[in-house]
Design a protein around this ligand. Structure first.
Ligand code: ZN
Length: 492
């Protein structure tokens, strides 16, 4: 713009030797032209606001309250936030993007939320299968953990777990494990969002010898991650069958003193219900309610063995619940009454559980299984339709982890956590209904690109924050170490 004006002015000066009658007229024309160009340019700039990233083209599945699905849509992102969601044409007119990612012929949807995991346990994938939950935990997992779980194990196991989750389109996960400060560090490094709970348990854990030591560790851990934009540090008393009443209450008090969420396994298997009735004369949910643990800051994993009164109690306290269909089917733990819980207003999210009980971290598979498990157990093919399952994997999952104001749908003002999914594979073509496509046809490997807090984490399946080759190599080295540790007799 400036150069146009300068060159016009220069031309005018050069004309100085010629007779003067037309000179003022030509100068006026030149100035007018310059002004016209300047005005047009300023007008254009005023209309087109700057954004950092525009995801354009494709079917935008917003999961907002109107459940809008926008064909040939777009999402505009500035910093870590969604600025606008709408038609591609409209957004391209309104926004000048530093970078545009083409999503033509693909699905753009909120990142999936995994509401219950033990990421580091990916190193125990397939170590002991075809067992009851009780036998699996006490005979295999707890001993294997006692001999192997160190900060380095947790760091590499978590990297492996979140590598798999990110490649499958998960942008946020809730985790319960030991050395959770390592889990948080690695998650932050990868650019992933997490609600990460340090496990409190009554026996000697790999990181802390006593609950008191665990409380001291957890306080430091909560302080360390306070106000982090990606990490929500949480307190995770393991369950009612591994924690005393005092441990449960002290865990809840610690969490509430620090305004941190509480993550806990609730009513997972029949033995837990039987023990609770025998010991407390109450169901696990009623017991947790009575001792003051339940509240709107609690995320309960499994919640299978719940009766109508328990469901009302969970709804009353605003407890979020994590449904883990693969894990529950594999350990024959039972079938969560998802439909009754949703009807009562309990936010129910979907989850993978740890890879030692699942054995993969694949929320597309969990979506497929969640609806089929309800259909077959009720002998009703209408049970839990596809759209409701997508809700569970996105906006309901966000409610379950109590982050619904920030994530779970594509809406202006929310964090820019989204995925781009290919729908051109033979198993995904043609697409009549986008929700059916997501739940029944698509696979985790169809996810092409992952954006978390406005940052591209995976692009066309290339990991930008994690070294896949190194992670797989380290996992294989750990496999040898873990096998060797189990071959020698116990010394603890
Ligand atoms: Zn679990």
């Amino acid at each position: 713009m400036r150069s146009t004006f300068t060159s016009l002015a220069a031309t005018d000066k050069k004309d100085g030797s010629r007779p003067g009658a037309f000179r003022p007229f030509r100068r006026a024309i030149g100035l007018l032209f310059a002004l016209l160009v300047l005005t047009t340019s300023l007008d254009g700039q005023a209309q087109r606001e700057r954004v950092d990233l525009l995801i354009a083209g494709g079917t935008v599945v917003t999961m907002d309250s109107a459940k809008r699905v926008i064909e040939d849509g777009a999402v505009a992102i500035r910093k870590d936030e969604i600025i606008a969601v709408g038609k591609r044409e409209e957004l391209a007119h309104r926004y000048e993007a530093s970078r545009t990612i083409e999503a033509q012929g693909r699905i753009i949807m909120p990142g999936l939320i995994n509401t219950h995991a033990h990421a580091a346990m990916s190193l125990f994938r397939g170590i002991a299968d075809d067992l009851s939950l009780d036998d699996w935990l006490r005979k295999y997992i707890f001993p294997a953990e006692a001999r192997n779980v160190t900060p380095d194990f947790v760091a590499w196991g978590t990297r492996l777990g979140i590598l798999e989750m990110l490649q499958g389109g998960m942008t946020d996960y809730a985790d319960m494990y030991y050395f959770e400060d390592e889990v948080a560090r690695v998650t932050k490094e990868a650019g992933m969002r997490g609600v990460l709970g340090e496990t409190i348990i009554d026996f000697q854990a790999p990181d802390n010898k006593t609950p008191e030591a665990a409380f001291a560790y957890t306080q430091k851990y909560l302080d360390h991650w306070k106000n982090d934009p990606l990490i929500v540090a949480a307190v995770a008393p393991h369950s009612i069958y591994t924690c005393s009443e005092k441990t449960l209450q002290d865990s809840a008090a610690l969490a509430r003193k620090n305004s941190a969420p509480i993550l806990i396994h609730i009513a997972e298997a029949p033995f837990e219900l039987e023990q609770s009735r025998a010991k407390h004369g109450l169901t696990p949910v009623a017991y947790l309610g009575k001792i003051g643990v339940l509240g709107p800051d609690v995320l309960g994993a499994h919640c299978i063995w719940v009766d109508a009164a328990d469901i009302a109690t969970l709804a009353h306290y605003g407890v979020g619940c994590a449904h883990n269909p693969s894990s529950n089917m594999k350990t024959a733990a039972g079938v969560m009454p998802v439909i009754e819980m949703r009807e009562a207003g309990v936010p129910v999210g979907l989850a993978t559980d740890g890879a030692a009980s699942d054995n993969n971290q694949d929320l597309f598979e969990e979506m497929d299984l969640a609806t089929k498990l309800q259909k077959i157990s009720r002998m009703d093919p209408r049970a839990l339709p596809a759209q409701q399952v997508v809700e569970m994997a996105t906006i309901e999952g966000a409610r379950a982890v109590h982050l619904e104001k920030q994530i779970g749908s594509l809406e202006p003002g929310k964090k820019a956590d989204l995925i781009i999914v290919d729908v051109n594979a033979p198993h995904a073509t043609p697409m009549y209904n986008v929700y059916s496509e997501i739940v029944f046809a698509l696979k985790a490997s169809d996810v092409r690109t992952v954006v978390i807090a406005g940052r591209v984490i995976m692009e066309e399946r290339k990991m930008l924050t994690l070294n896949e080759e190194e992670i797989l190599q380290r996992a294989k080295e750990y496999q040898k170490k873990i096998l060797a540790s189990l071959a020698t007799p116990a010394n603890n």
